[in-house]
Write a protein that binds this ligand. Structure first.
Ligand SMILES: Cc1cc2nc3c(=O)[nH]c(=O)nc-3n(C[C@H](O)[C@H](O)[C@H](O)COP(=O)(O)OP(=O)(O)OC[C@H]3O[C@@H](n4cnc5c(N)ncnc54)[C@H](O)[C@@H]3O)c2cc1C
Length: 414
């Protein structure tokens, strides 16, 4: 039998960041994951953006014409499995309701304190982990193909400037100076405050390495075998020996329901699936920034493994077989945008964004179980928000004054 103050279930960006913050506050922490390394699931395959400029949650679309085209799976930015509709429709309806303008404004205000600190918190951990070579403070560029989308994009940029964000509006010529290899773009907005990393999984592992170097333990185990022990502590099986901990943190991202459901919590966690593929660049072409093709809903990001194309959201049962149709739809569009060479991965990567209908994470103490804490549901922003929500969770667990009001993220809000 092993002992610890805190067992953290899940070593994605969210779990490793929470582990570092609790360790800094003097807690004896054990990270438990089914893999022997950190950042091998959702935190592996994302676009690597630390989205300091994304102060708005991703909302359910309200434009009826767009919705009609989504309904027929005509737009590559979203896709759904018809067979999954009975299963996901109630959640989609809640998502739609939470995206109504008044509620959306409330959720945006709730997300903002986290987004405003996301890069500072990342940089602090990146520096401690000695992983500065992975960080690129080059911003990201949203590309627009039509007058209509360009106008809307630039209006959004103007709105965000009011929040102190720095955005350069670029016409095709100005864009060509920053990204000479792109074609067929009318204009762009370059969000300068966003940062990105060249390998998200390696950064999660660098954080885990720092945690272990400072005396933390990383164990392999299946979190689903957890039990409430007799003495009020939690026991988790590991490949070493069972671990007994006073506090249990659920940071299993899209798999967090494997713990909260058996304990009787009915939180509406769903997943928005997404895919990636790496490509070679033809003739030594270089992409200097991550770019969003806003009209077609995919991102191209330069990564250590190649140019990574990440897709928009797919609504399906979480464990349904992969159907990377969005990748097949966007690949020819991306090839016309940038000189992509051959595919570099044997098959597309599939990831699952863990989402609540209000697009806010769940952070805080479980209402009905002593020593149970939640830190999951970071939706499209989990790589961005891991460090800052790790801080908030650690502050709540140690009784420190939290840096922001945690009420919007409380587990009993549904
Ligand atoms: C295509 C795509 C692009 C994205 N782009 C971005 C982006 O640019 N920027 C951004 O901020 N976010 C992005 N995201 C979202 C982001 O990747 C996620 O929000 C984030 O990775 C979630 O992190 P996590 O630690 O909560 O989950 P995960 O990284 O999935 O970690 C959960 C961990 O739990 C472990 N686990 C699961 N079940 C068990 C079990 N039974 N026992 C033990 N361990 C278990 C897993 O092995 C895993 O390590 C993107 C997502 C996708 C899909």
């Amino acid at each position: 039998m092993q002992h610890a103050d805190v067992a953290i279930l899940g070593a994605g960006m969210v779990g490793v960041s929470a582990a570092l913050h609790l360790q800094t506050r003097g807690r004896d922490v054990v990270l438990i994951d089914r893999h022997g390394a950190a950042g091998l699931e959702t935190s592996f395959g994302n676009a690597g953006l630390i989205e300091r400029a994304s102060i708005s949650p991703y909302l359910f679309p309200r434009d009826p014409w767009k919705l009609l085209r989504y309904a027929f799976n005509l737009l590559p930015e979203a896709h759904y499995h018809l067979s999954a509709l009975p299963h996901i429709a109630p959640w989609l309806w809640r998502y739609h309701q939470e995206s109504a303008p008044e509620r959306a404004a409330k959720h945006e205000a709730a997300l903002r304190p986290l987004i405003e600190r996301c890069l500072d918190e990342h940089e602090a951990l990146i520096e401690l982990a000695g992983a500065g070579e992975l960080l690129r403070k080059t911003g990201w560029i949203k590309l627009y193909r039509s007058e209509k989308t360009l106008k809307a994009g630039l209006a959004e940029a103007e709105r965000l400037r009011a929040f102190g964000l720095r955005v350069d509006a670029l016409d095709a010529r100005a864009l060509a100076e920053r990204e000479p290899e792109l074609s067929n773009v009318l204009g762009a907005a370059h969000y300068l405050d966003t940062a990105s990393v060249a390998d998200p999984s390696r950064l999660a592992q660098a954080f885990a390495d720092l945690f272990v170097a400072r005396g933390g333990r990383f164990l392999i185990g299946d979190a689903r075998g957890f039990e409430a022990a007799q003495d009020g502590r939690w026991s988790v099986p590991t490949n070493d020996s069972p671990l007994l901990a006073r506090d249990l943190v659920v940071a299993l991202g899209p798999w967090s329901d494997a713990i909260f459901r058996p304990l009787g919590y009915d939180m509406p966690l769903a997943v928005k699936r997404g895919y990636h593929m790496h490509y070679a660049a033809m003739g030594g072409a270089r992409l200097a920034h991550p770019v969003l093709d806003a009209d077609h809903g995919y991102v191209l990001a330069p990564m250590t493994q190649g140019i990574r194309l990440t897709t928009g959201a797919e609504f399906a049962r979480p464990d349904a077989p992969p159907t990377p149709v969005q990748l097949d739809q966007t690949e020819p569009i991306a090839r016309a945008l940038f000189p992509l060479g051959e595919r570099l991965d044997a098959r597309p990567w599939l990831g699952r964004r863990p989402c609540l209908p209000d697009m806010l994470p769940v952070i805080g103490k479980a209402p009905r179980h002593a020593g149970l804490w939640f830190d999951f549901g970071h939706q499209h922003h989990g790589f961005t928000l891991g460090p800052v929500t790790g801080r908030l969770l650690a502050e709540l667990m140690t009784g420190e004054e939290p840096f922001t009001d945690p009420a919007p993220y409380r587990p009993d809000r549904f």
